[in-house]
Design a protein around this ligand. Structure first.
Ligand code: CA
Length: 243
């Protein structure tokens, strides 16, 4: 997607820019309302705008209203401070399509953007299911099954698994997993990631957990779907073969 991130907090803006680029989005960045409106005018093919409400020159609400007044229908995901319920309501009134309360985990933002992208193209939400071997994750229903067995995950475990499923076959560092599944600014150590991966593996059971490999010195890797059954047979891991 071609995205515009409007956020005056430089650290958060750069973090989002970096993470979204890794996910192959093309990202424009603006630190204030004036730049945002200029970029939105020039960049014709924007697929979505991530818009912080608290900006130094004008509020994000005014930016959204301005864009809609100009006839722009680009999906807007508003970022609002924790518990600022008035802001959420006013955000949607001003023409935003969705909002996210800070602090949020990157995977939450990523899921909202995908929903906006789907809505933008089809006018309706479509259910996205991520599958890998026996593991199925239904984003819309927030459900996970392993070989048909329902598994209950905490929100953090769910985000971790979602991150793995979105990057099959890729070695993910503990820092990458932290950025994806934990709200920014929350103090957690790489050991926390290890603890949560351990919990996730236990809940997924032998068949599911066999797919998450520890990458020495790096982090973790979810086996790519097309390689798995061959690799498992070769390694004689004892995991039952799957079609
Ligand atoms: Ca701000």
């Amino acid at each position: 997607m071609h995205l515009l991130v409007v956020e005056d907090d430089a650290r958060l803006r750069r973090l989002l820019g970096r993470l979204l680029s890794v996910d192959r989005h093309v990202v424009e960045e603006a630190a204030d309302a004036r730049t945002a409106l200029e970029l939105a005018r020039m960049a014709d093919g924007l697929d979505a705008i991530i818009l912080d409400i608290g900006l130094p020159d004008r509020s994000g609400l005014e930016v959204a209203k301005d864009l809609r007044a100009r006839g722009s229908s680009v999906p807007i995901l508003m970022l609002t401070a924790r518990d600022a319920i008035d802001d959420r309501v006013r955000g949607l009134d001003s023409g935003a399509d969705d909002y996210l309360v800070k602090p949020f985990a990157y995977e939450e933002l990523s899921a909202r953007l995908r929903a906006l992208g789907r809505r933008g193209r089809n006018g309706t939400r479509r259910t996205a299911k991520l599958m890998n071997g026996p593991i199925t994750l239904d984003e819309a229903m927030r459900e996970v099954t392993v070989a048909g067995r329902a598994v209950t995950l905490s929100p953090r475990e769910f985000s971790l698994l979602e991150c793995f499923l979105r990057h099959p076959g890729q070695a993910l560092s503990r820092d990458q997993l932290l950025d994806a599944a934990w709200p920014y600014g929350v103090a957690v150590t790489p050991n926390t990631v290890d603890a949560y991966v351990h919990l996730l593996r236990e809940k997924l059971g032998p068949a599911g957990s066999a797919r998450i490999r520890t990458e020495r010195g790096v982090g973790y890797r979810l086996l790519a779907p097309e390689r798995t059954s061959r690799q498992e047979r070769r390694e004689g891991s004892g995991v039952e073969a799957r079609p």
